[in-house]
Design a binder for this molecule. Sequence first.
Ligand SMILES: Nc1ncnc2c1ncn2[C@@H]1O[C@H](COP(=O)(O)OP(=O)(O)OP(=O)(O)O)[C@@H](O)[C@H]1O
Ligand SMILES: [Mg+2]
Length: 263
Amino acid sequence: MSQANLDQTEAPSLIIQNIRQDFITLDGTELNVLDNINLGFREREFISFIGHSGCGKSTLLRIIAGLQTPTQGSILYKGKKIKGTSAARGMVFQQDAVFPWLTVRKNIEFGLKLKKLPRDKVRAQAEKWIALVGLGGWEDAYPKELSGGMRKRVDLARVYANTPDLMLMDEPFGALDQQTKSNMQTQLLRLWETAGSTVIFVTHDLEEAVFLSDRIVVLAPRPGRVKTIMDVSLSRPRREELRLSEEFLAEKRKLHELLKEDA
Ligand SMILES: Nc1ncnc2c1ncn2[C@@H]1O[C@H](COP(=O)(O)OP(=O)(O)OP(=O)(O)O)[C@@H](O)[C@H]1O
Ligand SMILES: [Mg+2]
């Protein structure tokens, strides 16, 4: 479960090499936010980053997305250095990025039209993801007519419709109530299985990390660094009932112990 162990994964498709991030704060002092981050992820893995507030989870995700250039180090994806953003890397934030002036269908078609796909392909691809997120019948509704969970599903369909290789998600379900959140987690696993993309999911919810992930990267604060990597030994597909099982609670307890030491 050590960092060295992770470096030995067979053919990692995403390699995070020696990342350091410093920021200059408002009073002019230098803040070392991330230090010596080395990680490797396989294709189609579901990875979570967990750690206390301020340990640099969002910063690391933004670096992987290409939204932030690190002070030091590099990210390699399928052998190529990441520079700037790309449609191959989809990003989902806590606040959904749904356009209020567009219908559900138009929101999902938006990115596809930018890619200049033929009209019938755009329609078909949007239809597919509308059905997959369970929004059939809501195609012509506007976001203001939807619940928070439904908007989140539009957001997921919008990003997945672009068939990204890599999905980067920063606390996407943080604003949802517990029941909706659980439903969205199950939905996300279905989408992930269908799409076959690699997912990096930031959360500070232990249950969420355990339910979703193959491996959980535990980050320690000040400066943010990899403390350990926990393998989640729960089989797939993961169903709702799993949450009440002894094995699930044991994994959650293990993660709790790993995090507690930094509190
Ligand atoms: N652009 C910036 N300029 C200066 N400091 C920054 C910048 N972005 C982030 N920081 C600082 O870096 C640290 C890590 O921030 P980050 O948002 O990555 O943490 P986090 O782990 O995502 O926290 P949370 O769980 O609260 O979302 C914080 O101390 C933050 O103030
Ligand atoms: Mg954050």
